[in-house]
Design a protein around this ligand. Structure first.
Ligand SMILES: [Zn+2]
Length: 257
């Protein structure tokens, strides 16, 4: 049996492949040390990209296995100094020979507790950020332009107003995502961070990649529609009908979503 500090090799391979896909230079989703990924191992533990590493070239030694409990406790604290957050991040490592997890490990820990969420991918896509750095960000989160956007990204995305990265951002993500879960009775597929980037959630790496690529495509189409006289959104009735169609459910299953 593998020692507990050795992440399950299957899960690790899936996480590395997802990271390489999200980090591909031609996709313009993340460059340099931007973005991070994580995977749930079991109810207590998850793997997350280490601080400062690169998605496109992520290696086994750039992934840190963390105990979720310590980081979830941090999210329960009203206020913590940067030093205390740093200590919590270092203390969450299952094996202290592993690198320090990304500061965004705090929101990964919480998102991986949601029902049906086993993988999380956070990126800074150029097209999505063009909208999130404009007055159109919230509209992009709330409205839908075409059916495949609904299939891969759900009927709406969570919108998180700008907050500095770190504990404050993790708390804001928890607050806005909880409101979505209460409203829709399921985890979201996409969380949009104003003036920052995108988070995709899913049961499989394929679902995270599909949601990220489709949100990026939707952003490009939105930008094109703005230039072509303004977007014409699907109506709420159309969105609800497409989301409920059995052939769309079938497509989700076939796509591993
Ligand atoms: Zn980020």
């Amino acid at each position: 049996m593998a020692p507990r500090s050795d992440p399950s090799s299957q899960g690790l391979a899936a996480l590395l492949t997802l990271s390489h896909e999200l980090g591909r230079e031609d996709r313009q989703l993340a460059i340099l040390g931007e973005g991070n990924t994580s995977a749930r191992l079991d109810v207590d533990r998850f793997m997350v990209k280490a601080s400062g590493s690169n998605l496109a070239t992520l290696r086994r030694e750039d992934v840190t296995t963390c105990n979720a409990a310590g980081l979830l406790n941090v999210l329960g604290a009203a206020r913590l100094s940067d030093e205390a957050v740093d200590r919590a991040l270092l203390g969450a490592r299952e094996d202290e020979r592993q690198k320090k997890p990304s500061v965004e490990a705090m929101f990964h820990a919480w998102l991986l507790t949601l029902l049906g969420v086993n993988f999380v991918g956070h990126t800074h896509p150029v097209a999505v950020n063009a909208l999130l750095c404009s007055p159109h960000g919230k509209t992009f989160a709330c409205r839908r332009l075409f059916p495949d956007e609904i299939v891969c990204c759900d009927v709406a995305s969570v919108y998180v107003p700008y907050t500095d990265p770190g504990l404050k951002l993790a708390l804001a993500i928890k607050r806005e995502t909880s409101a979505f879960v209460r409203r829709h009775q399921r985890a979201p597929r996409i969380i949009l961070l104003e003036n920052h980037g995108l988070i995709a959630l899913g049961a499989t790496p394929a679902a995270v990649l599909a949601a990220t690529l489709m949100a990026d495509k939707a952003a490009r189409i939105f930008l094109g529609a703005v230039a072509a006289g303004g977007p014409r959104f699907l109506s709420a009735v159309d969105v609800a009908r497409i989301a409920g169609r059995s052939d769309e459910h079938h497509r989700r299953r076939v796509l591993g979503l």
